[in-house]
Design a protein around this ligand. Structure first.
Ligand SMILES: *Cc1c(COP(=O)(O)O)cnc(C)c1O
Length: 379
């Protein structure tokens, strides 16, 4: 066990502009960065806990969890989780029986699949329409529920990814919720890429359960997320232990008991404010997408686009990779040299990026970089 020093001073290698969709919404506010330092010690939030994390009044967790978040999400009850995936698993584990069916969109995140697998559920997918839109429809949910019933067994849950993490598509959640409700199937809205970026109200969308990701979209240092449910489903999901008074079983008593929760709280005023400017983000994303298309890339997914996560096909960059030094790593290297990171090393033919929270000047710089790189190799 020698040479452990290398773990002591780890620095992050990131460029000036990071366009990775995973990173854009999780950048801390100055207030959250200060909270991270102040509350960094282990169980820091537990100094004044009387047995329930969500009822701690100093720091004001109770007001945040029982007052502010339910209003923000449009649900009756909310708890803080370690992330979107833990919320989905808790809901499935509480509400479904092993061997039941869960219906989910073909664009679902892998964590929805794993949550279902861990809960012992079978999955029936709602296929998306094919390229270029990859759309998910309410009719698709009806068909999938019918198919699951034909294979025998109970359909006890539906999941909608809103938006999905590949194309940034925002399906008609209300119509899908209505379709599920016609079969008495509750709907989980997976808002990992929505909550904290754009206005989302579970009640208005007809979602029975909603999950969000603090480190993905709420300017928080993870792992942290939110899980909201209407009263009907909150009861079983947040049921308390028979053995240990007041402890909620699905949450294993307490979830986030330190700095990540405080960063979520400290960022919240700024997050509540930024969702009010969502339309500007959408306008920016559309403008950026059309500029990329002028450079020869082709946007996939909904058009006009309704989210900052954008997927592109880039045959022109792929062709360059066939003859560039370093092959398919050329794009990563050439962008990094121009102060830009966030497209996975080795990708050229198709990739996704996000414009969230970037100013027009920064996005101009990104566009200029793509233009320069393409120009450089064209001869
Ligand atoms: C990132 C992501 C998740 C996972 O979120 P965690 O909070 O890390 O669990 C789930 N679903 C979608 C669509 C995502 O993009």
């Amino acid at each position: 066990m020698d040479n452990l020093e290398k773990f002591c001073n780890l620095l992050r290698d990131s460029a000036e502009i990071n366009i990775d969709p995973l990173q854009r919404g999780g950048i801390l506010t100055p207030q959250a960065r200060a909270a991270l330092m102040e509350w960094g010690d282990g169980y820091s939030v537990c100094d004044y806990c009387a047995g329930r994390l969500d009822h701690i009044t100093n720091p004001p967790v109770e007001e945040f969890v029982h007052g502010v978040l339910p209003e923000f999400l449009g649900t009756d009850e909310v708890r803080v989780t370690h992330g979107a995936r833990e919320g989905k698993f808790a809901a499935m584990h509480a509400l479904c029986e092993k061997g039941d069916w869960v219906v989910m969109d073909g664009n679902a995140h892998y964590t929805s699949v794993l949550a279902a697998e861990r809960a012992g559920l079978k999955i029936e997918y709602v296929p998306s329409s094919k390229e270029p839109d990859y759309a998910i429809s309410a009719e698709g949910y009806i068909d999938a529920i019918e198919r699951a019933y034909e294979q025998k067994g109970n359909v006890s849950m539906a999941v909608l990814t809103y938006p999905d993490g590949n194309y940034g598509n925002l399906p008609d959640a209300k119509a899908i919720a209505d379709a599920c409700h016609d079969y008495s199937v509750p709907l989980i809205l997976n808002g990992a890429y929505a909550i904290g970026r754009m206005p989302v109200n579970a009640r208005d969308l007809g979602a029975d359960i909603i999950v969000g990701s603090g480190h993905k979209s709420m300017a928080a240092s993870g792992p942290v997320g939110v899980l909201g449910a209407s009263e009907e489903y909150a009861k079983p999901i947040f049921r308390t232990s028979q053995a240990k008074k007041n402890k909620e079983v699905e949450l294993l008593g307490c979830t986030v008991r330190g700095a990540p929760l405080l960063t979520l709280m400290a960022s919240f005023p700024a997050v509540a404010e930024r969702v009010r400017h969502w339309q500007e983000e959408v306008d920016k994303a559309r403008w950026f997408s059309s500029e990329m298309e002028k450079l020869g890339m082709i946007q996939q997914g909904e058009k006009p686009h309704n989210h900052d996560l954008i997927f592109f096909l880039a045959e022109n960059l792929y062709e360059i990779s066939q003859r560039a030094k370093k092959g398919r790593y050329f794009l990563y290297r050439d962008l990094k040299e121009r102060g830009i990171c966030g497209i996975k090393p080795g990708l050229t033919r198709q990739f996704k990026l996000s414009t969230f929270g970037l100013g027009r000047e920064e996005l101009d710089k990104v566009l200029q970089a793509f233009a320069d790189i393409i120009e450089c190799y064209v001869r």
